[in-house]
Design a protein around this ligand. Structure first.
Ligand SMILES: [Zn+2]
Length: 460
């Protein structure tokens, strides 16, 4: 699975780098990137703290500049010798250096210099380490060990360099600019696949799915021919290659003609969340699918009861999922009931706002801490799929209640809670217009500098 994802990531990044280059050449007016330091006051709502690094290996990294202090480099045929090694699983830097044939004393000194700049614990198996040796005085083979360097993160290289008497640590920064990228396309099978093929980086696709899952049932709602639209931030190097994906700024889907459009919005207090086009917070709606990867095995309505044998009203929805699958609270709320409940088996009922309730039955077990009166937040695990009570096999029986009456979760439009209003709504709508303008100005599969975007000099 992990290998599959990595291969996918690499493939999509390659596509991304190619198409990205076009945009980078077209407009390249962004300011240089300074990690973890907020941009100036003029940067407005696009200003966000970069998320944790994602490891996007810079494969075509320029070789480090060799040292030429000792006069041995004059003959151009006698170039320094570089070798690139990957850190093995559990391998320490000193071990890697000795694997490269470096004496333990030198290896220890070089590693010590490197670790004045980075935390040894941040080194990962598979990470590339470049070792440079002086040119051989004989014209073949290699001379003495001169430098070891590695990428501390996507924008920073650290090295330990021989000074003639010891190793000094050196840090170099790659020039990276923050840009906004836009992608749109048609869904053939799944959003994951189609967005990936279009070149959207995997972390961005995952963020899209997470954000849209409050409004979209990915098992049911997506049809071939539906379209997606995504706007996100990314940090790009001078070759137009994405080195780090940033925040998802907009995620849109058009599903059989229905438009779903979500925008990231940061309030004046710096809290950010996703809102629908008219300013409703996506998170406050109840989740459509309280279990991951679920297939509906029995819908709401009359059916022949599999155990009782006669026609009976099925007052919920059955999701066929393997036993033990975690069940998530469909929304914020409080636990109204938790425990064995007749034919329902192990059962949890939650009460949300506006008279809505949700109930979850046949659990193998109820999660720890889920007791009557306790508060739960949306997405919190409240139990695990099982087949307790009257059930033919493991599944989640899920009910949506209005008051105490079960209603069909698939047909009712559950109201959203928080909705921006007044000045806050105005501020949001202006932000939304800015994002819409950005999207219409950036051709699909390209990215442009944020600075240029903010000045409104787009589309030429
Ligand atoms: Zn059921």
């Amino acid at each position: 699975m992990a290998g599959h994802v990595t291969a996918k990531l690499k493939r999509s990044l390659k596509a991304f780098a190619v198409v990205g280059l076009v945009g980078a050449v077209a407009v390249f007016l962004a300011r240089p990137f300074v990690p973890f330091v907020p941009f100036g006051n003029d940067s407005g709502p696009l200003d966000t703290t970069p998320p944790a690094y994602i490891d996007l290996e810079a494969e075509d990294r320029a070789p480090s500049t060799p040292e030429s202090g000792d006069g041995e480099l004059e003959d151009i045929a006698h170039r320094p010798v570089e070798s690139v090694l990957q850190i093995g699983s559990g391998e320490m830097l000193t071990e890697l250096l000795s694997r490269a044939g470096i004496a333990s004393g030198e290896a220890a000194q070089a590693a010590e210099a490197i670790f004045t700049r980075i935390d040894p614990r941040t080194l990962k198996a598979g990470q590339k380490v470049t070792i440079t040796f002086a040119p051989s005085p004989y014209g073949f083979g290699r001379g003495p060990f001169r430098q070891v360097s590695l990428a501390a993160d996507p924008v920073r290289d650290v090295a330990a360099r021989w000074t003639g008497s010891d190793f000094e640590s050196v840090e170099t920064r790659r020039q990276v600019t923050r840009q906004v990228a836009h992608y749109s396309g048609t869904i053939k099978s799944s959003l994951y696949e189609s967005a990936g093929n279009a070149g959207v980086p995997v972390p961005v696709i995952l963020a899209m799915i997470k954000t849209l899952s409050y409004d979209v049932d990915f098992q049911r709602d997506i049809q071939p021919g539906d379209t997606f639209d995504v706007l996100f931030e990314g940090w790009y190097d001078t070759k137009g290659k994405l080195v780090r994906a940033g925040d998802l700024l907009h995620a849109g889907l058009e599903l059989s003609g229905t438009q779903i459009s979500l925008y990231r919005y940061e309030d004046p207090q710096g809290q950010s969340d996703y809102f629908t086009a008219n300013g409703e917070n996506v998170k406050k709606a109840l989740l459509k699918t309280p279990v991951d990867g679920a297939k509906i095995t029995s819908g709401f309505g009359m059916r022949n009861h599999p155990i009782l044998g006669y026609s009976k009203m099925h007052k919920g929805i059955d999701f066929g999922v393997p036993p033990g699958t975690p069940i998530q609270a469909a929304g914020d709320g409080s636990v109204e009931m938790a425990g064995p409940f007749g034919a329902y088996g192990n059962y949890v009922r939650l009460r949300h706002g506006n008279g809505y309730g949700t109930a979850y039955a046949h659990m193998s077990r109820i999660a720890q801490g889920i007791h009557t009166g306790r508060h739960v937040s949306q997405g919190q695990i409240i139990g695990y799929v099982g087949s307790t009570g009257r059930a033919t096999g493991p599944h989640l029986h899920y009910e949506l209640l209005v008051g105490n009456t079960q209603v069909n979760p698939m047909s009712i439009k559950v109201p959203t809670g928080i909705r921006l209003a007044g000045r806050e709504l105005e501020r949001y709508l202006s932000h939304r217009r800015q994002m819409d303008q950005l999207m219409s100005s950036i051709p699909s599969a390209t990215h442009i500098g944020v600075g240029a975007a903010r000045l409104g000099r787009l589309g030429n």
